[in-house]
Design a protein around this ligand. Structure first.
Ligand code: DGP
Length: 149
């Protein structure tokens, strides 16, 4: 019997949470689950997800944020230690470049000179100080509106 309802039934990560799909689980608690990414950047690359189906980080209910990020910290330490890494990359794709629409935090062990070229993003400097200040003001206005909701 399928215990998942739409859209969870169609979601790969909900199916992993429900035990319908296999995964190399490294951690679980009441609200979250972490498992090895099946297409790792490096061995030890983990994905931490909320058990409940929230598509992106902004969709995560505020009361779940602190616990999820406490687990990000815990896993970053564990993955670095377990893999003998010098550091880690923590990343979240929201919609753009997000192949599974269920919030997931990438926890990737890193070493200096490890060749991870995908994160050498081209930088686009502001044309001038005025464009930078206009950008600041637009974001401040959006934030003020959101904080009034
Ligand atoms: P992103 O591109 O940020 O949406 O990353 C999605 C990651 O999820 C990608 O690195 C591959 C991984 N992934 C997709 N499907 C599965 C799966 O069924 N099992 C596991 N373990 N990982 C998956």
């Amino acid at each position: 019997m399928n215990i998942l309802s739409e859209p969870e039934a169609a979601c790969t990560f909900c199916r992993i949470t429900a035990g319908e799909l296999p995964a190399a689980i490294v951690f679980e608690d009441e609200n979250s689950l972490a498992f090895l990414d099946r297409r790792p950047l490096f061995a030890g690359h983990c994905l931490l997800i909320p058990r409940a189906h929230h598509p992106t980080l902004p969709d995560l209910p505020p009361e779940l944020v602190a616990a999820l990020f406490a687990n990000v910290c815990l896993l970053a330490r564990a993955v670095e230690e377990a893999m003998g890494a010098e550091g880690s990359f923590i990343g979240i794709n929201n919609r753009v470049s997000q192949s599974v629409p269920h919030l997931h935090v990438h926890i990737v062990p890193r070493r200096r000179g490890d060749g991870l070229k995908g994160f050498f993003w081209p930088r686009r400097p502001y044309a001038d100080e005025a464009q930078m200040l206009m950008t600041r003001d637009k974001i401040c206005a959006s934030l003020a509106a959101l904080l009034q909701e």
